[in-house]
Write a new protein. Structure first.
Length: 152
């Protein structure tokens, strides 16, 4: 945060983080709870720093993971998906008038709770249609934020 965001002195920060912490759970299954808590604490720390700098924070939920390819399955676990849901359930506890939770998970998930194949480049990344879906929803939210605040 200090190196890449703070020097820009933004009025609004859109924050989407978490999956890289959570995808390590299968490598350290005995540390699952610690990894989830660390992820939550890291997100809260970034939000706290952004708010201390006066920025309005749009906090995105963690994206759903997509269909995991065969070669990645030995290093994957359903615990990752469960941890994503757990972290996403935590995020609203950070919300207030200056911290808005943006539910990207619901925008991108299919009926089974995984990243829709319509939006997936791979199991962790969006394709152009996924970014288009996100951008449309974010643009609408940002428009509402700008209209209701003195942020330009």
């Amino acid at each position: 945060y200090e190196a890449h965001v703070a020097p820009l002195e933004p009025d609004i920060i859109v924050l989407q983080v978490g999956i890289n912490d959570l995808k390590t759970i299968p490598l350290f299954p005995e540390r699952r709870e610690e990894l989830v808590t660390d992820c939550q604490d890291n997100i809260a720390a970034i939000v706290t720093k952004a708010r201390a700098d006066g920025a309005l924070v749009i906090l995105s939920t963690v994206f759903p993971a997509g269909d995991v390819p065969l070669q990645r399955r030995p290093f994957w676990s359903a615990e990752i998906d469960a941890a994503i849901v757990e972290v996403n359930a935590f995020l609203p506890t950070l919300a207030d008038d200056s911290i808005l939770v943006f539910d990207s998970y619901s925008l991108l998930a299919d009926d089974e709770g995984i990243l829709s194949s319509d939006y997936a480049r791979d199991e962790l990344h969006l394709n152009s249609a996924g970014y288009e879906r996100l951008n449309e929803a974010l643009a609408q939210l940002l428009g509402t934020v700008v209209e209701s605040t003195d942020v330009e």
